[in-house]
Design a binder for this molecule. Structure first.
Ligand code: FAD
Length: 311
Protein backbone atom coordinates (compact mmCIF):
# COMPACT_ATOMS: atom_id res chain seq x y z
CA UNK A 1 0.00 0.00 0.00
CA UNK A 2 1.07 3.55 -0.78
CA UNK A 3 0.39 6.83 0.92
CA UNK A 4 -0.20 8.24 -2.55
CA UNK A 5 -1.17 6.16 -5.56
CA UNK A 6 -1.09 8.02 -8.88
CA UNK A 7 -3.08 6.41 -11.70
CA UNK A 8 -1.91 7.66 -15.11
CA UNK A 9 1.61 8.61 -16.14
CA UNK A 10 1.32 11.56 -18.52
CA UNK A 11 2.45 15.09 -17.64
CA UNK A 12 -0.16 15.38 -14.86
CA UNK A 13 0.66 12.04 -13.23
CA UNK A 14 4.42 12.50 -13.46
CA UNK A 15 4.18 15.93 -11.84
CA UNK A 16 1.92 14.60 -9.07
CA UNK A 17 4.23 11.67 -8.27
CA UNK A 18 7.34 13.84 -8.15
CA UNK A 19 5.66 16.34 -5.84
CA UNK A 20 4.40 13.75 -3.34
CA UNK A 21 7.70 11.83 -3.39
CA UNK A 22 9.46 15.11 -2.58
CA UNK A 23 7.18 15.40 0.45
CA UNK A 24 8.57 12.06 1.64
CA UNK A 25 5.37 10.13 1.01
CA UNK A 26 5.54 6.58 -0.31
CA UNK A 27 4.34 7.04 -3.87
CA UNK A 28 3.35 4.62 -6.61
CA UNK A 29 2.49 5.48 -10.18
CA UNK A 30 0.62 3.02 -12.39
CA UNK A 31 -0.03 3.69 -16.06
CA UNK A 32 -0.73 2.10 -19.40
CA UNK A 33 2.19 4.00 -20.91
CA UNK A 34 4.41 6.57 -19.26
CA UNK A 35 4.29 9.79 -21.21
CA UNK A 36 0.64 9.65 -22.24
CA UNK A 37 -0.48 11.72 -25.21
CA UNK A 38 2.94 13.36 -25.32
CA UNK A 39 4.18 10.14 -26.94
CA UNK A 40 1.88 10.82 -29.90
CA UNK A 41 3.08 14.38 -30.41
CA UNK A 42 5.85 15.56 -32.71
CA UNK A 43 6.89 19.18 -32.31
CA UNK A 44 6.05 20.94 -29.06
CA UNK A 45 6.60 24.70 -29.08
CA UNK A 46 4.47 25.87 -26.17
CA UNK A 47 6.12 24.16 -23.24
CA UNK A 48 7.28 27.39 -21.72
CA UNK A 49 11.07 27.83 -21.26
CA UNK A 50 11.70 25.07 -23.81
CA UNK A 51 11.29 26.75 -27.22
CA UNK A 52 11.18 23.45 -29.10
CA UNK A 53 11.05 19.81 -28.14
CA UNK A 54 9.50 16.62 -29.46
CA UNK A 55 7.00 14.32 -27.78
CA UNK A 56 9.13 11.19 -27.41
CA UNK A 57 11.98 13.30 -26.01
CA UNK A 58 9.77 15.04 -23.46
CA UNK A 59 8.20 11.69 -22.48
CA UNK A 60 11.68 10.23 -21.87
CA UNK A 61 12.55 13.27 -19.75
CA UNK A 62 9.35 12.83 -17.73
CA UNK A 63 10.28 9.21 -17.08
CA UNK A 64 13.86 10.15 -16.16
CA UNK A 65 12.65 12.83 -13.75
CA UNK A 66 10.27 10.35 -12.07
CA UNK A 67 13.25 7.95 -11.88
CA UNK A 68 15.21 10.49 -9.81
CA UNK A 69 12.91 9.76 -6.89
CA UNK A 70 11.93 6.75 -4.85
CA UNK A 71 8.70 6.21 -6.81
CA UNK A 72 7.34 2.73 -7.58
CA UNK A 73 6.55 2.71 -11.28
CA UNK A 74 4.12 0.16 -12.73
CA UNK A 75 3.85 0.26 -16.52
CA UNK A 76 1.37 -1.52 -18.76
CA UNK A 77 -1.20 -1.31 -15.97
CA UNK A 78 -4.71 -0.35 -17.03
CA UNK A 79 -6.98 0.56 -14.13
CA UNK A 80 -10.41 -1.03 -14.37
CA UNK A 81 -12.06 -0.04 -11.08
CA UNK A 82 -11.67 2.23 -8.06
CA UNK A 83 -13.14 1.02 -4.78
CA UNK A 84 -13.44 3.81 -2.20
CA UNK A 85 -12.13 3.44 1.34
CA UNK A 86 -14.77 2.15 3.74
CA UNK A 87 -13.70 4.47 6.59
CA UNK A 88 -12.38 8.03 6.73
CA UNK A 89 -8.62 8.10 6.15
CA UNK A 90 -8.56 4.46 5.02
CA UNK A 91 -7.14 2.95 1.86
CA UNK A 92 -8.76 3.33 -1.53
CA UNK A 93 -8.25 0.33 -3.80
CA UNK A 94 -7.57 0.34 -7.53
CA UNK A 95 -7.89 -2.81 -9.61
CA UNK A 96 -5.97 -3.35 -12.84
CA UNK A 97 -6.56 -5.45 -15.95
CA UNK A 98 -3.44 -7.52 -15.24
CA UNK A 99 -4.97 -8.77 -11.99
CA UNK A 100 -2.97 -6.42 -9.76
CA UNK A 101 -4.63 -4.50 -6.94
CA UNK A 102 -3.00 -1.40 -5.47
CA UNK A 103 -3.99 0.68 -2.50
CA UNK A 104 -3.44 4.31 -1.62
CA UNK A 105 -4.58 6.38 1.34
CA UNK A 106 -4.73 9.13 -1.21
CA UNK A 107 -5.24 8.60 -4.95
CA UNK A 108 -4.45 11.03 -7.77
CA UNK A 109 -6.41 10.28 -10.93
CA UNK A 110 -4.56 11.45 -14.05
CA UNK A 111 -5.66 9.09 -16.79
CA UNK A 112 -5.89 11.83 -19.42
CA UNK A 113 -8.02 11.80 -22.53
CA UNK A 114 -8.00 10.79 -26.16
CA UNK A 115 -9.09 12.73 -29.22
CA UNK A 116 -12.00 11.15 -31.02
CA UNK A 117 -10.78 10.04 -34.42
CA UNK A 118 -12.62 10.37 -37.73
CA UNK A 119 -11.70 6.81 -38.61
CA UNK A 120 -11.25 7.54 -42.31
CA UNK A 121 -8.42 6.47 -44.64
CA UNK A 122 -5.42 8.80 -44.44
CA UNK A 123 -6.15 10.13 -40.96
CA UNK A 124 -3.76 7.83 -39.16
CA UNK A 125 -1.21 7.75 -41.95
CA UNK A 126 -0.85 11.55 -42.01
CA UNK A 127 -1.09 12.16 -38.28
CA UNK A 128 1.50 14.84 -37.41
CA UNK A 129 2.09 15.24 -41.17
CA UNK A 130 -0.86 17.52 -41.75
CA UNK A 131 -3.51 15.86 -39.60
CA UNK A 132 -3.64 17.65 -36.26
CA UNK A 133 -5.88 17.72 -33.22
CA UNK A 134 -4.75 20.74 -31.21
CA UNK A 135 -5.05 24.23 -32.73
CA UNK A 136 -3.20 25.86 -29.80
CA UNK A 137 -0.31 23.50 -30.40
CA UNK A 138 -0.09 23.13 -34.15
CA UNK A 139 -1.92 26.18 -35.59
CA UNK A 140 1.27 28.20 -36.13
CA UNK A 141 2.77 25.36 -38.19
CA UNK A 142 0.17 26.17 -40.88
CA UNK A 143 0.84 29.89 -41.11
CA UNK A 144 -0.47 31.19 -44.43
CA UNK A 145 -1.62 27.73 -45.55
CA UNK A 146 -5.05 26.19 -46.22
CA UNK A 147 -6.59 24.03 -43.56
CA UNK A 148 -9.90 22.38 -42.75
CA UNK A 149 -11.48 22.03 -39.36
CA UNK A 150 -13.74 19.01 -39.03
CA UNK A 151 -16.51 19.53 -36.50
CA UNK A 152 -18.94 22.40 -36.01
CA UNK A 153 -19.43 22.20 -32.26
CA UNK A 154 -17.93 24.74 -29.89
CA UNK A 155 -14.42 23.31 -30.09
CA UNK A 156 -14.49 23.13 -33.90
CA UNK A 157 -15.79 26.67 -34.35
CA UNK A 158 -13.36 28.04 -31.73
CA UNK A 159 -10.55 26.24 -33.54
CA UNK A 160 -11.67 27.71 -36.87
CA UNK A 161 -11.77 31.25 -35.43
CA UNK A 162 -8.35 30.76 -33.86
CA UNK A 163 -6.86 29.33 -37.07
CA UNK A 164 -8.42 31.94 -39.36
CA UNK A 165 -6.20 34.52 -37.68
CA UNK A 166 -3.06 32.53 -38.46
CA UNK A 167 -3.53 30.46 -41.62
CA UNK A 168 -4.43 31.52 -45.15
CA UNK A 169 -7.85 29.90 -45.40
CA UNK A 170 -10.08 27.72 -43.24
CA UNK A 171 -12.79 25.36 -44.45
CA UNK A 172 -15.07 24.27 -41.63
CA UNK A 173 -16.78 20.95 -42.28
CA UNK A 174 -19.82 19.84 -40.30
CA UNK A 175 -21.64 16.52 -40.64
CA UNK A 176 -25.01 17.85 -39.46
CA UNK A 177 -27.12 20.27 -41.52
CA UNK A 178 -26.20 23.11 -39.16
CA UNK A 179 -23.40 24.15 -36.84
CA UNK A 180 -23.89 23.25 -33.21
CA UNK A 181 -21.62 25.91 -31.66
CA UNK A 182 -22.94 28.83 -29.60
CA UNK A 183 -24.55 31.52 -31.73
CA UNK A 184 -22.00 34.16 -30.70
CA UNK A 185 -19.16 31.95 -31.95
CA UNK A 186 -20.96 31.22 -35.22
CA UNK A 187 -21.48 34.95 -35.77
CA UNK A 188 -17.80 35.63 -35.14
CA UNK A 189 -16.81 32.86 -37.55
CA UNK A 190 -19.14 34.05 -40.30
CA UNK A 191 -17.64 37.56 -40.01
CA UNK A 192 -14.17 36.30 -40.93
CA UNK A 193 -13.24 36.78 -44.60
CA UNK A 194 -11.05 33.70 -45.07
CA UNK A 195 -13.50 31.07 -43.86
CA UNK A 196 -15.78 28.74 -45.84
CA UNK A 197 -18.44 26.77 -43.96
CA UNK A 198 -19.73 23.50 -45.39
CA UNK A 199 -22.57 21.65 -43.65
CA UNK A 200 -24.17 18.25 -44.30
CA UNK A 201 -20.73 17.03 -45.26
CA UNK A 202 -19.28 13.67 -44.35
CA UNK A 203 -15.50 13.52 -44.52
CA UNK A 204 -14.57 10.25 -46.18
CA UNK A 205 -10.82 10.48 -46.72
CA UNK A 206 -7.70 12.51 -46.01
CA UNK A 207 -5.47 12.45 -49.06
CA UNK A 208 -1.75 13.04 -49.33
CA UNK A 209 1.29 12.75 -51.55
CA UNK A 210 2.90 10.07 -49.41
CA UNK A 211 4.74 12.71 -47.38
CA UNK A 212 2.12 15.20 -46.29
CA UNK A 213 -1.59 15.95 -46.47
CA UNK A 214 -2.73 17.42 -49.78
CA UNK A 215 -6.51 17.41 -49.44
CA UNK A 216 -9.65 15.88 -48.13
CA UNK A 217 -12.66 14.23 -49.68
CA UNK A 218 -16.20 14.71 -48.43
CA UNK A 219 -19.63 13.52 -49.44
CA UNK A 220 -22.47 16.04 -49.62
CA UNK A 221 -25.13 14.25 -47.58
CA UNK A 222 -27.98 16.07 -49.33
CA UNK A 223 -27.27 14.50 -52.74
CA UNK A 224 -24.40 12.03 -52.20
CA UNK A 225 -22.08 13.98 -54.51
CA UNK A 226 -18.38 13.69 -53.76
CA UNK A 227 -16.09 16.73 -53.46
CA UNK A 228 -12.43 17.36 -52.79
CA UNK A 229 -10.80 20.28 -51.01
CA UNK A 230 -7.12 20.99 -51.63
CA UNK A 231 -5.32 21.93 -48.46
CA UNK A 232 -2.25 21.41 -46.32
CA UNK A 233 -3.79 20.69 -42.93
CA UNK A 234 -6.77 19.00 -41.31
CA UNK A 235 -7.74 19.72 -37.69
CA UNK A 236 -10.04 17.06 -36.26
CA UNK A 237 -12.33 18.58 -33.63
CA UNK A 238 -15.03 16.02 -33.02
CA UNK A 239 -14.50 15.59 -29.31
CA UNK A 240 -12.02 14.82 -26.57
CA UNK A 241 -12.96 11.70 -24.64
CA UNK A 242 -11.73 11.46 -21.02
CA UNK A 243 -10.26 8.09 -19.96
CA UNK A 244 -12.62 7.72 -17.04
CA UNK A 245 -14.71 4.69 -17.99
CA UNK A 246 -13.03 2.82 -15.11
CA UNK A 247 -14.51 5.28 -12.57
CA UNK A 248 -18.16 4.74 -13.51
CA UNK A 249 -19.02 2.66 -10.41
CA UNK A 250 -16.73 4.49 -7.97
CA UNK A 251 -19.26 7.11 -6.92
CA UNK A 252 -16.86 9.88 -7.98
CA UNK A 253 -18.80 12.69 -9.62
CA UNK A 254 -18.25 12.96 -13.38
CA UNK A 255 -19.49 15.72 -15.68
CA UNK A 256 -21.93 14.94 -18.48
CA UNK A 257 -18.89 14.59 -20.76
CA UNK A 258 -17.38 12.01 -18.40
CA UNK A 259 -14.73 14.34 -16.96
CA UNK A 260 -13.84 14.00 -13.27
CA UNK A 261 -15.35 17.00 -11.50
CA UNK A 262 -12.74 18.84 -9.45
CA UNK A 263 -12.69 21.96 -7.32
CA UNK A 264 -10.00 24.65 -7.33
CA UNK A 265 -7.78 22.41 -5.17
CA UNK A 266 -8.12 19.43 -7.55
CA UNK A 267 -10.31 17.55 -5.05
CA UNK A 268 -12.91 15.14 -6.42
CA UNK A 269 -16.21 14.37 -4.69
CA UNK A 270 -14.49 11.52 -2.79
CA UNK A 271 -12.33 12.52 0.22
CA UNK A 272 -8.66 11.68 -0.34
CA UNK A 273 -9.08 11.29 -4.10
CA UNK A 274 -7.73 14.09 -6.28
CA UNK A 275 -7.58 14.43 -10.04
CA UNK A 276 -5.53 16.38 -12.55
CA UNK A 277 -5.09 17.08 -16.23
CA UNK A 278 -7.10 16.15 -19.30
CA UNK A 279 -9.35 13.65 -17.48
CA UNK A 280 -10.85 16.46 -15.37
CA UNK A 281 -13.19 19.40 -15.81
CA UNK A 282 -10.22 21.78 -15.87
CA UNK A 283 -10.55 24.01 -18.92
CA UNK A 284 -7.76 24.00 -21.53
CA UNK A 285 -6.09 20.68 -22.13
CA UNK A 286 -2.39 21.38 -22.45
CA UNK A 287 0.88 19.87 -21.20
CA UNK A 288 1.79 22.85 -19.07
CA UNK A 289 -1.70 23.03 -17.60
CA UNK A 290 -1.66 19.28 -16.85
CA UNK A 291 1.67 19.58 -15.05
CA UNK A 292 0.43 22.50 -12.97
CA UNK A 293 -2.74 20.61 -12.11
CA UNK A 294 -0.75 17.48 -11.20
CA UNK A 295 1.39 19.49 -8.78
CA UNK A 296 -1.74 21.04 -7.32
CA UNK A 297 -3.39 17.64 -6.82
CA UNK A 298 -0.23 16.37 -5.11
CA UNK A 299 -0.07 19.31 -2.72
CA UNK A 300 -3.75 18.80 -1.92
CA UNK A 301 -3.03 15.11 -1.23
CA UNK A 302 -0.27 16.24 1.14
CA UNK A 303 -2.70 18.57 2.90
CA UNK A 304 -5.23 15.75 3.20
CA UNK A 305 -2.75 13.18 4.53
CA UNK A 306 -1.29 15.41 7.24
CA UNK A 307 -4.78 16.29 8.47
CA UNK A 308 -6.44 12.89 8.22
CA UNK A 309 -5.21 10.20 10.60
CA UNK A 310 -5.26 6.59 9.41
CA UNK A 311 -8.18 4.73 11.04
P1 FAD B 1 -2.29 12.08 -20.84
O1 FAD B 1 -1.10 12.68 -21.48
O2 FAD B 1 -3.43 11.66 -21.68
O3 FAD B 1 -1.79 10.84 -19.96
C1 FAD B 1 -2.69 9.92 -19.43
C2 FAD B 1 -1.96 8.80 -18.74
O4 FAD B 1 -2.89 7.89 -18.20
C3 FAD B 1 -1.08 7.95 -19.65
O5 FAD B 1 0.01 7.47 -18.91
C4 FAD B 1 -2.02 6.80 -20.04
O6 FAD B 1 -1.31 5.64 -20.45
C5 FAD B 1 -2.69 6.58 -18.71
N1 FAD B 1 -4.00 5.89 -18.70
C6 FAD B 1 -5.10 6.16 -19.41
N2 FAD B 1 -6.11 5.36 -19.04
C7 FAD B 1 -5.62 4.57 -18.04
C8 FAD B 1 -6.16 3.55 -17.21
N3 FAD B 1 -7.43 3.16 -17.29
N4 FAD B 1 -5.34 2.98 -16.30
C9 FAD B 1 -4.04 3.35 -16.16
N5 FAD B 1 -3.48 4.31 -16.92
C10 FAD B 1 -4.27 4.92 -17.84
N6 FAD B 1 -0.26 19.98 -25.50
C11 FAD B 1 0.62 21.00 -25.46
O7 FAD B 1 0.71 21.70 -24.45
N7 FAD B 1 1.42 21.28 -26.54
C12 FAD B 1 1.40 20.52 -27.68
O8 FAD B 1 2.13 20.82 -28.65
C13 FAD B 1 0.47 19.43 -27.74
N8 FAD B 1 0.35 18.70 -28.87
C14 FAD B 1 -0.49 17.60 -28.87
C15 FAD B 1 -0.53 16.80 -30.01
C16 FAD B 1 -1.32 15.67 -30.03
C17 FAD B 1 -1.32 14.79 -31.26
C18 FAD B 1 -2.12 15.33 -28.89
C19 FAD B 1 -2.96 14.08 -28.89
C20 FAD B 1 -2.11 16.16 -27.77
C21 FAD B 1 -1.30 17.31 -27.74
N9 FAD B 1 -1.25 18.15 -26.63
C22 FAD B 1 -0.35 19.19 -26.60
C23 FAD B 1 -2.11 17.93 -25.45
C24 FAD B 1 -1.30 17.27 -24.32
O9 FAD B 1 -0.63 16.14 -24.82
C25 FAD B 1 -2.23 16.89 -23.17
O10 FAD B 1 -2.91 18.03 -22.70
C26 FAD B 1 -1.45 16.30 -21.99
O11 FAD B 1 -0.69 15.18 -22.39
C27 FAD B 1 -2.41 15.88 -20.87
O12 FAD B 1 -1.69 15.28 -19.86
P2 FAD B 1 -2.37 14.26 -18.85
O13 FAD B 1 -1.28 13.77 -17.96
O14 FAD B 1 -3.55 14.89 -18.23
O15 FAD B 1 -2.95 13.06 -19.75
Amino acid sequence: PFEVLVVGGGPAGAAAAIYTARKGFSTGIAAERLGGQVLDTMGIENFISVPYTEGPKLAAQLEAHVGEYDIDVMKLATATRLIPATEAGGYHTVEFDNGATLKGRSVVISTGARWRNLGVPGEFEYRNRGVAYCPHCDGPLFKGKRVAVIGGGNSGVEAAIDLAGIVGHVTLIEFDHQLRADEVLQRKLRSMPNVTIIVSAQTTEVTGDGERVSGLVYKDRTNDSVHTVELEGVFVQIGLVPNTEWLKDSGIALSKHGEVEIDHKAATSLPGVFAAGDCTTVPYKQIIVAMGEGSKAALSAFDYLIRTPAP
